[in-house]
Design a protein around this ligand. Structure first.
Ligand code: IPE
Ligand code: IPE
Ligand code: MG
Length: 249
């Protein structure tokens, strides 16, 4: 049986082009079930698979997932090691299907600080899917929004220094073009699970006009149905971008 969209054609047309998700709550889920934190993260990857699949089924153009922040190095060695292992496991089990589904993978963040195996796996996934034209799947690993802006500033400064760009040619687009997400639409909808209501350094520039939704559900418990509810709430929001919907006074 063909999977059926829960929305009318008109509503489907209002789905976000770019969804960003801060997958939060693995630690609390583990605690609640008296399991190790690593087990919580592992459970979280099950949610991840479902959400990627559903995003692809819906025809959403881009999905950005926060997997590991520049600040997450501050966690215990054991937890960092478990998260690094999950990166390897995730790609080993998913890359064939993702590639088959025409998904293009992009890693957001500085890969140079990652262990060699992880770095190679991520580079390989990007290379293998570089020619794909379906869902843009951005996975943020060792990512920080401020670090991304510093990187952009340095690249732009180098262009000005070597004369290929003048100071007054720098526009908002110039900055967008020097972010990891260059060429992709800005984030339309940001979802952060677990009830926390903050950005934690995720896609600072790209989230400028995003709609925020903060479900209380912990990431390992987050279902496709919860995702549909968030998308449905988004569809019915009125986005103004600083303008006015109708003339009035
Ligand atoms: C989010 O879950 C996953 C990562 C940060 C990698 P947490 O581990 O932050 O879960 P809580 O916030 O402790 O519940
Ligand atoms: C943000 O979650 C990072 C990821 C989900 C990968 P954190 O749990 O690390 O963020 P804070 O510390 O609660 O802000
Ligand atoms: Mg957290």
């Amino acid at each position: 049986m063909k999977w059926k969209l829960p929305w009318t054609t008109e509503e489907t047309g209002k789905l976000p082009q770019h969804v960003a998700i801060i997958m939060d709550g693995n630690g609390r889920w583990a605690k609640k079930h008296k399991l190790s934190v690593s087990r919580g993260h592992r459970q979280g990857t099950e949610t991840l698979r479902e959400i990627i699949r559903h995003t692809d089924d819906l025809g959403i153009r881009a999905l950005s997932l926060y997997a590991f922040s520049t600040e997450n190095w501050n966690r215990s060695e054991e937890e960092v090691a478990a998260l690094m292992q999950l990166i390897l496991d995730f790609f080993a089990s998913e890359i064939d299907e993702l590639d088959e589904k025409n998904v293009r993978i992009l890693i957001l963040g500085d890969k140079s600080r990652l262990p060699e195996k992880q770095r190679e796996t991520l580079i390989e996934a990007e290379k293998r899917t570089a020619g794909n034209t379906g869902l843009r799947l951005n996975i943020a690993v060792n990512y920080g929004g401020r670090a991304e802006l510093v990187k952009a500033a340095r690249e732009i400064a180098a262009l000005v220094r070597d004369g290929s760009l003048s100071e007054d040619e720098i526009t908002e687009e110039t900055i967008s073009d020097h972010l990891y997400t260059r060429g992709q639409p800005d984030v339309d909808l940001l979802i952060r699970t677990s009830g926390e209501q903050r950005l934690s350094n995720f896609l600072l520039y790209q989230n400028a006009y995003a709609e925020f939704i903060f479900p209380d559900t912990l990431w390992p418990d987050f279902t496709v149905h919860d995702y549909d509810l968030a998308l449905d709430a988004f569809i019915h929001r009125e986005r103004r971008f600083g303008g006015r919907q109708e003339a009035g006074g």
